[in-house]
Design a protein around this ligand. Structure first.
Ligand SMILES: O=C1O[C@H](COP(=O)(O)O)[C@@H](O)[C@H](O)[C@H]1O
Length: 268
């Protein structure tokens, strides 16, 4: 477990640009060190803002997009192409404009296709896909040993919801209590749509780096709660950490309720 480090930017635009620059460097470094990189994308406003900033960054051409594996931390269980699906929004923000290898892009299943309305079966299939991709460096936690492995993600990004949810792990719902499976179907989510698919906390914690994105005033209370010692069942963001690094990327509005001793005076 790595203790959270905080970086606070002036506003959400600057936060998105700085996070995009950070991600480019991370991918380039991982590709130099290991030949390829693996990144887990998040949905939501902050995640899509980062992808849009990356699309606009001239340095995006430093990435070898053909040697990048993309996974998702969660998905809204909706039909293929639905504008509310996280993958649809990511394609629009960035993925359609860079030369990815389609075989290395791993969206979570849609409803209505092979799995019909069965989000649990779709989640199990995604867990199998992750296990099949787990290489020699995979991380086998006690929790994932029973349900399968996941690749050693270089960076796993999570947008923090105003209620402290991350991925589709909402406070007090069964998914946030999962200790064995790596991917689960989520039912009765308080944020629409109610049916979703999500990585679990054990799968999230297998990542080398976990980056939590929180920008905007509506995230201030969530950031304060999650960073002030709350339990992960009540505040799922508090349970999201990486093996080597846990990084909270905030803007000043989202950081406005944090005790000042938690972070150094504003970055840029
Ligand atoms: O529904 C979701 O919400 C969260 C947070 O989204 P935001 O718009 O409040 O930033 C996101 O992380 C998750 O991937 C998504 O499915």
């Amino acid at each position: 477990m790595s203790a959270p480090q905080l970086v606070v930017h002036r506003d959400k635009e600057l936060m998105a640009q700085a996070a995009a620059a950070r991600l480019i460097t991370k991918i380039v470094d991982a590709q130099a060190a290991r030949g390829s990189a693996s990144v887990v994308l998040t949905g939501g406003r902050n995640g899509n803002g980062l992808l849009a900033a990356l699309a606009a960054a001239p340095a995006r051409d430093a990435v070898d997009w053909s040697r990048l594996d993309l996974w998702w931390g969660d998905e809204r269980f909706l039909p293929e192409g639905d504008p509310e699906r996280n993958v649809t929004q990511a394609r629009e923000a960035l993925l359609d404009s860079v030369p990815l290898d389609p075989a290395r892009v791993h969206p979570m299943p849609a409803s209505g296709g092979r799995y019909g309305g069965d989000a649990d079966a779709a989640a199990a299939a995604y867990a199998e896909e992750l296990a099949a991709a787990a290489g020699p460096e995979h991380y086998r936690s006690a929790a994932t040993a029973a349900g399968g492995d996941v690749p050693a993600f270089d960076v796993l990004m999570l947008g923090v919801g105003p209620d402290t949810h991350v991925a589709s792990l909402f406070p007090e719902l069964p998914a946030v209590r999962e200790t064995e499976r790596t991917v689960v179907g989520v039912h009765g989510a308080p944020k629409p749509p109610p049916t979703r698919i999500s990585l679990t906390l054990p799968a999230i914690r297998a990542a080398r780096e976990v980056w939590l994105l929180a920008a905007g005033e509506d995230k201030a209370n969530a950031a304060r709660i999650a960073l002030s010692g709350a339990g992960e069942i009540q505040a799922p963001a508090a349970g999201a950490y990486g093996r080597s690094r846990t990084l909270w990327l905030l803007d000043a509005a989202a950081a406005s309720q944090l005790p000042r001793d938690l972070y150094p005076p504003a970055s840029a």
